[in-house]
Design a protein around this ligand. Sequence first.
Ligand code: AMP
Length: 249
Amino acid sequence: MKVLVTVKRVIDYNVKVRVKSDNSGVDLSNVKMAMNPFCEIAVEEAIRLKEAGIATEVVVVSLGVKACQEQLRTALALGADRAIHVETDQELESLNVAKLLAKVIEEEQPGMVILGKQAIDTDNNQTGQMLAALTGMPQGTFASKIVVDGDKALVTREVDGGLQTVELNMPIIATTDLRLNEPRYASLPNIMKAKRKPLVVKTIEELGVSIKDHTKLLSVTPPPERQGGIKVADVAELVDKLKNEAKVI
Ligand code: AMP
């Protein structure tokens, strides 16, 4: 079984995000970029399926600027076999990512597609679901466990108040939640080996997919600055302030 895994290049989660002064977006100049954490979990799951003898090939795909190849190389160093980069300087909204991925799926015919549940830059949580709708493949979103059993997959989903397990007919689309696994680190020899693994670059035109924007970003604003705290002398003063100033009791 071939497993296709999506890898998005995003701002590193340790970086304190700066908003551009004209509120047109987040300032990405000289900022550390990394693989989206939920995509790291997706790559790890695919590699584990390969190590278990269930997957035969792990193909990673990223859409975006040339530098996305850094994240694809990281995925190759972690154990993926080959990479596909759909290169574009265009900002891609989730529906356009899903349309392009649907075309890659048509060409690659994977038995399973694993995406992150959400990209930590845009927080959309849409691509996997849209991809399932476009391809007609069954979806197991927010997966905390994936078990392949012949031509079926059991996906345990993290839902409000507990876990839900669904049985899906392969090929399937899964999106990863935090507890699915703990991703490994790439070893230095594997980082070196990854440089020689195949990485093909395609354009949107080559995929023959026409895309258009349906949403327009109007503005981005940082969260309000936190106000400083105060010290109170005793419990009576605290209760008084909660009652009369904060008005929360
Ligand atoms: P989103 O719906 O934007 O929150 O993204 C959900 C998941 O879709 C991400 O975790 C990625 O696995 C995948 N994805 C979204 N955008 C891209 C992209 N440009 N390249 C590769 N994968 C992507």
